[in-house]
Design a protein around this ligand. Structure first.
Ligand SMILES: [Zn+2]
Length: 423
């Protein structure tokens, strides 16, 4: 296995990275653009685009912003509403896996930023069946969240005649440098299907189970080309117009709005993914079982690129978290009515041969170890100039990985009930 000499990403990254002749990956190269781009100019460009939407007549909402209650959402909504003066409609696809801290942060976002909000909740039996089907069909128990959260905002925008959707950062640009900032890539039907959904559209699930019919898949069915053409919905990534720095942005949001953070089982990042019990745990463990790396690699790569971690510190964190089997798995298995062997076995055919091989006794073994990385070659290492740890805020209510998922949360932000406890 080859690794990026700078950020330590393995070459078999699921989104594809390209290592150049110096052994540096495409994600690191695109990150370098951030230091040469004239961000004031970019911001002026964004202001000009947004002004067209702000000045549309006869509408109540200027744009749709998809949110989960994550820290980045606070930043996007604060920027779009308070800095640029648009009136956004916030929309959420219900993951079914909400955590206590996630529910509080979402309520906090709606209340403190004073925005209208809509949520799409699919029937639980349908979601469970879809999760089992996609697990066996594409080795992914999280497809419904990706599909739903990329579909619902577009459905709302087309139905309510709101021609703009503001997304945060483009993950394909940020992680692996699939695009340059200058490409100004936008969110389209093609991008969604090819990259986000691993080419599995809702229609492909028809016929897999009597419980999953066209009617059951409404939440995952993208508007038709005709509808899209008529409504001319445009999906912008804010990350193409501002120097995207999640950690700093979220620290501002902690200060400004009291965003709560939480520790996680498979990464040291206490800011991201905390709204969902599975995003950085079971879903990420699946990534590890397929590709041999996990979210901790994403976080290390980013923090190295932002000159916050040395490669040695990064490697230590990767080794601490990447192999962790999350306690949250038990809750998921119970929810999905699967045994652990059914779950793990379903992933066998999706193991990347670059990362995993079967031993003579039939056990899966990694073909490589992150300790194989040769750190003695420091030609591409970056100097740490902004060391920064992730803050753990006080929690209003304790939570643990074996908590039940919350389907719909309580509204916490009123003084009388924001510290509500069970019962
Ligand atoms: Zn790299």
């Amino acid at each position: 296995m080859k690794y990026c000499k700078r950020c330590l990403y393995p070459q078999n990254h699921a989104l594809n990275i390209i290592l150049d002749s110096e052994g540096v990956c495409s994600g690191c190269r695109v990150h370098e653009e951030k230091y040469t781009i004239d961000w004031d100019k970019k911001e002026a460009e964004l202001a000009s685009i947004l002004s067209h939407y702000k000045e549309r007549e006869g509408t109540s909402y200027d744009c749709v912003i998809p949110v989960t209650g994550a820290g980045d959402d606070f930043f996007v909504v604060d920027t779009i509403k308070n800095k640029f003066g648009l009136n956004p409609l916030l929309v959420t696809y219900n993951t079914h896996f909400s955590t206590k801290v996630g529910v509080r942060n979402l309520a906090r976002l709606i209340a403190k930023l004073d925005c209208d909000h809509m949520m799409s909740t699919v029937g639980p039996d349908t979601i469970k069946e879809i999760s089992r089907i996609t697990l066996s069909k594409i080795g992914d128990m999280y497809w419904h969240v990706l599909a739903g959260s990329q579909t619902f905002p577009v459905q709302v925008a087309t139905k309510l005649d709101i021609p703009l959707i503001i997304w945060g950062v483009n993950g394909w640009l940020d992680q692996v440098g699939m695009y340059s900032h200058e490409d100004k890539v936008e969110m389209t039907k093609k991008v969604r299907k090819e990259h986000a959904l691993r080419c599995l559209d809702a229609e492909s699930l028809i016929g897999e189970s009597p419980l999953v019919t066209h009617k059951d898949l409404q939440a995952f069915t993208y508007p038709s080309d005709e509808q899209l053409e008529k409504s001319r919905v445009r999906g912008l990534y804010l990350g193409n117009y501002v120097f995207w720095d999640s950690q700093k942005q979220i620290e501002d949001m902690i200060q400004k709005f009291g965003y709560e953070t939480h520790e996680q089982e498979r990464t040291y990042n206490t800011y991201e993914s905390i709204y969902c019990s599975n995003n950085a745990s079971v879903h990420d463990y699946v990534k590890y079982l397929k590709y041999g790396y996990g979210k901790v690699n994403d976080h290390v790569a980013r923090d190295i690129r932002l000159k916050r971690l040395t490669r040695e510190e990064g490697l230590e964190r990767i080794n601490k978290y990447v192999h962790v089997k999350p306690k949250a798995l038990d809750q998921f298995l119970q929810w999905a009515n699967l045994s652990e062997s059914e779950f793990i076995g379903a992933l066998d055919q999706f193991r990347d041969p670059a990362a995993w091989k079967r031993s003579e006794t039939g056990e899966w073994e990694l073909t490589h170890s992150f300790n194989d990385i040769d750190l003695s070659d420091s030609s591409q290492a970056l100097e740490v100039i902004d060391p920064r740890e992730y803050i753990q805020t006080d929690l209003l209510e304790q939570q643990s990985p074996d908590d039940d998922y919350i389907l719909l949360g309580r509204s916490y932000m009123d003084e009388n009930n924001f510290k509500a406890v069970e019962g």
